[in-house]
Ligand binder design. Sequence first.
Ligand SMILES: Cc1cc2nc3c(=O)[nH]c(=O)nc-3n(C[C@H](O)[C@H](O)[C@H](O)COP(=O)(O)OP(=O)(O)OC[C@H]3O[C@@H](n4cnc5c(N)ncnc54)[C@H](O)[C@@H]3O)c2cc1C
Length: 330
Amino acid sequence: MQNPIILVIAEHFEGKLKPVTLELLTCAEKIRQFQKSSIIVTVLGDNVQALAERLAKDHGVNVIAVHNPHLQYYNGEIYKTILTKLVGELQPVFVCVAHTAQGLDFAPAMALRSAAACITGVEGIFQEGGHLCFSRLIFGGKVVTHVVPSTNATILTVQPGLFKPHSKGQASPGKVEMRDMPLQPKQTRSMGIKTVQTPSGSLAEAKIVVTAGRGIGKKENLDLIYRLAEIFPKAAVGGSRPVCDMGWLEYRQQVGVTGATVNPELYLACGVSGAVQHLSGMRGAGFVVAINTDPNAAIFNLADVCVTEDLTTFIPALIEAYKKKRQASD
Ligand SMILES: Cc1cc2nc3c(=O)[nH]c(=O)nc-3n(C[C@H](O)[C@H](O)[C@H](O)COP(=O)(O)OP(=O)(O)OC[C@H]3O[C@@H](n4cnc5c(N)ncnc54)[C@H](O)[C@@H]3O)c2cc1C
């Protein structure tokens, strides 16, 4: 008898895999540790053969690449239809989807059409009482729930940034199966994607995130945050919710339970108190430096380096010290 299948839905853009796809692979491997199964990745799009072949070669997984000429840009209607067909045919026990705007667009509908359970925002996998159990946060990150599915198939939307990206291994290349599914969308057509210009890099892909909290005091002080971010390569600027609510930063820069989840190597929290809703978006950060005037700020419980200073004097001093050091080494 064939092993049960874990199906991973690749997320990609402009011919490149989104980093979360490799995290989904790690998540699928974690499930496989508890339940004997085979992993298949599916890549949907217009001309995705090269991407599928690279994925199969680099990560040793079998890939089903589905070509559809109407998927030059993501289209939820086509995704839902194709994926429901694939789930019907492959009968996977688990389907791993990214907990992103795109994943959340198609996963619940796909679960409904396939009579599968849908567990969203998965953060952890473990075994409890002989059952495979999935953890997710609720009540704005204050409570962790453990969910055990009771259906034959379960769709999981997996939080980005919480599983390590799958690394390129020595495994022999997987097989690629090409399929043509030229169905047309009936209700919606995707006309294009406009990339929004940001003064700093993308939060999801940043190695360093510099975050502004309400403690920056006024919008003009954001300049300090951007200047600090500029001294690092691959840095992005994030904000706490009040800073975004006040319109000082855009909502896509918000870090936290209702914003982005980030997992940079370095997280610089400037004037952030450390509310649980904020922490839940940056718990995956490798090293945390917090600057706060209040020595009892909750962010200090999590920070690796705690700077009890006024950010308006500390950040300019830090930038100045960096510049001097740089000049000395040039
Ligand atoms: C359902 C729900 C969802 C939420 N989702 C999110 C979310 O996704 N992300 C999020 O961030 N929040 C979220 N919140 C809001 C969250 O509860 C907090 O209110 C928010 O994170 C606080 O933001 P803050 O730390 O910037 O501001 P504050 O809590 O006001 O903290 C400001 C900090 O700056 C310090 N400070 C002041 N002046 C200076 C100075 N000159 N130099 C240095 N430090 C200074 C202060 O000591 C203080 O600790 C959510 C809340 C709810 C109820």
